[in-house]
Design a protein around this ligand. Structure first.
Ligand code: SF4
Length: 611
């Protein structure tokens, strides 16, 4: 019945292939059997969700379990949602068109703070109450994971439990416990209470918080000593043995990243002080060249993809990357499968690898110096020297590239006008370097894009205590640069400061923000990550209605203040982050710890061995 109602509206909306399912490699199970029904919910549209590697990994890992059926759920676009509300069609799974309210558990991946209203919208479409306290045994259990779960507090009253760290193993353990729940007729609370003792699982209802007069946190802790004081993240120890999908679901419609994705390692040792991923995904765990090549060949065979992306936080840091790429290119030249890399670091290896890659296909080039001056690059510990950047740009221009994109951030701690001017200088230097290339090597006219994001301080980084720039400060700097950059060959892009400041409030927010999210949703906020749908005024109205000042969450913090995420343990010690904060202020660089440990603590606290 639901299937027919859905089919009746699909020809009335954009991109119906977002909703039809049955793609190559999508998984079918017999739902008449006694299965644990899990909905993997991506709080954005199909094209974005299908490009998210983590979704494919969890989808495959859970469906490897015979009596678990993991189905995908995406946020419907505006046009279909309108039809759904008009015709009372609830939100449905992609595989079997099942109302998500009929599933046992819903898992939301938290990739971006501004996706929170989409979570509410997906629940609302199936009449699932927003707050845990308002849901009964009849409603699915709501869980969440992903990078934003490292500060789970803004969603603590909405989500029943959070999975911290890598989900491949812990979610299977959660399914095992849920099977026991069904067999023993436990109530939801009995299940959650047992779950709260599982490593890597945080159940907010068993933790209480109190506040000081000045609104800072006074105390935070478990309501009963049977629950752990801190929740430690889970990691996959051996990436060569870990589950990894080879039969990726191949979408019928174009998606953001439409290519074969092979994850080659997790973690990063570069220690950039603004980068949350570089801290929360430690330690480094590599896959061997053999495993990477074998996985890649299996994925290409099962999907027919013509492009292969080697993914990680810093792909060229893999100890065997050059030989791996050479072998992949050798194996795939005849099928013209291109190899692409995420943003590149600036050094010789990058150029050597590019020479290999361009044998099949020349792709756009992106470098991320992040800051315009050496002083600021040292403050953020980016570890990129100006001369390295110049040398690499000359080399790639001589190899025939003429288009480069350079990524920067503005609003960084200790930033000066000189640092901003440095961004313009690098743009001019890039076009000048191109002119130095012998004419026979040049391919058309040079095009340099300077793309600037607004810096957002994130939990578990040395910068988690810094004040974030206000919207006015960001805009002043953006307009300053806009006036400054006069070079016709240089294009200047900048992000909207309003979304960045709101993102900043939720990134370092606490439980009191749950009501703000609900109020904002009720005022019509959703798809906040899409500029054309972002309603900043409604958000400010929601904050006001809840009597909360968003600036309270983007302000500077003292080292002794209790932070909303202090009960989460990622293995990196707070003392280490404070030391790195001080190194930043003093412009002191910390070396990459691949060569020599710099004492972040994860080897002692989390893995109990050398990294
Ligand atoms: S423990 Fe040492 S080597 Fe390991 S990630 Fe931390 S700083 Fe690097």
């Amino acid at each position: 019945m639901l299937k027919n109602k859905i089919d009746d509206v699909l020809y009335l909306v954009e991109k119906p292939s977002r909703y039809i399912g049955d793609e190559i490699n999508s998984i079918r199970k017999d739902i008449r059997k006694d299965l644990i029904r899990f909905g993997f919910c991506f709080p954005d549209v199909y094209e974005v969700g299908m490009s998210h590697l983590g979704s494919h990994i969890i989808y495959g890992a859970l469906n490897e379990v015979e009596d678990v059926y993991c189905e995908r759920v995406y946020m419907p676009w505006i046009d279909l949602e309108q039809k759904m509300r008009e015709r009372d069609i609830p939100l449905f799974t992609t595989e079997t068109r099942t109302d998500i309210a009929d599933l046992d558990m819903l898992g939301f991946t938290l990739q971006y703070e501004l996706s929170y209203t989409n979570i509410l919208n997906m629940m609302d479409l199936s009449n699932i109450p927003f707050k845990s306290a308002d849901r009964t045994e009849e409603h699915p259990i709501i869980m969440a994971g992903g990078p934003c779960a490292y500060n789970p507090e803004p969603l603590a009253e909405i989500v029943d439990f959070f999975s911290l760290g890598e989900g491949e193993e812990v979610l299977v353990e959660v399914m095992d416990l849920y099977r026991e729940k069904k067999e023993n007729n436990w109530t939801k609370d009995e299940f959650l209470s047992r779950l709260a003792s599982m490593d890597g699982i945080y159940v907010p209802k068993f933790y209480a918080v109190s506040y000081n007069e000045d609104k800072t946190i006074k105390s935070f802790g478990p309501v009963d000593e049977q629950y752990p004081k801190t929740i430690q993240k889970r990691i996959i120890e051996d990436m060569n043995k870990a589950y990894y999908p080879t039969h990726f679901v191949v979408p019928y419609t174009d998606v953001v990243h439409d290519r074969a994705m092979v994850e080659i390692f997790r973690g990063c040792t570069r220690g950039c002080r603004f980068c949350q991923a570089g801290m929360i995904y430690r330690p480094i765990r590599e896959k061997s060249k053999e495993v990477i090549v074998e996985t890649a060949q299996k994925i290409i065979a099962a999907t027919g993809y013509e492009e292969l992306s080697l993914t990680s936080l810093s792909t060229l840091d893999h100890t065997d990357i050059k030989d791996t790429i050479i072998e992949l290119i050798k194996k795939n030249t005849k099928d013209v499968v291109g190899v692409s890399l995420p943003s590149l670091r600036v050094d010789d290896l990058a150029v050597e690898v590019l020479q290999e890659i361009q044998k099949i296909r020349k792709t756009g080039l992106t470098f991320a110096p992040e800051a315009g001056t050496q002083r600021m690059r040292d403050v953020i510990n980016k570890g990129v020297a100006e001369e390295d950047l110049e040398k690499t740009l000359s080399q790639v221009f001589n190899l025939g590239w003429s288009r480069v994109k350079l990524y920067f951030m503005i609003g960084l701690p200790t930033e000066t006008l000189e640092d901003l001017e440095g961004i313009d200088t690098l743009g001019n230097k890039s076009t000048w370097l191109y002119k130095q290339v012998p004419a026979e090597n040049r391919k058309g006219s040079v095009a340099v894009t300077l793309s600037t994001a607004c810096f957002v301080p994130k939990p578990f980084t040395p910068f988690q205590w810094f004040k974030q720039n206000s919207i006015e400060e960001f805009r002043e700097k953006q307009f300053y640069l806009k006036d400054k950059i006069k070079n016709k060959k240089v294009k200047f892009n900048y992000h909207d400061a309003h979304t960045s400041v709101l993102e900043g409030a939720f990134a370092r927010g606490d439980r009191r923000l749950a009501d703000v999210i609900i109020k904002a949703y009720e005022l019509g906020c959703k798809f906040d990550g899409w500029q054309e749908h972002f309603k900043y005024d409604k958000w400010m109205e929601a904050f006001e209605a809840c009597g909360i000042d968003p600036d309270f969450y983007t302000r500077e913090r003292s080292f002794d203040e209790i932070l909303p995420w202090d009960h989460i343990d990622v293995g990196v010690k707070k003392e280490f982050l404070i030391k790195e904060y001080e190194n930043a202020v003093n412009g002191v660089v910390t070396e990459d710890c691949r060569d020599k440990c710099v004492g972040c603590g994860i080897n002692i606290d989390l893995i109990g061995r050398e990294c």
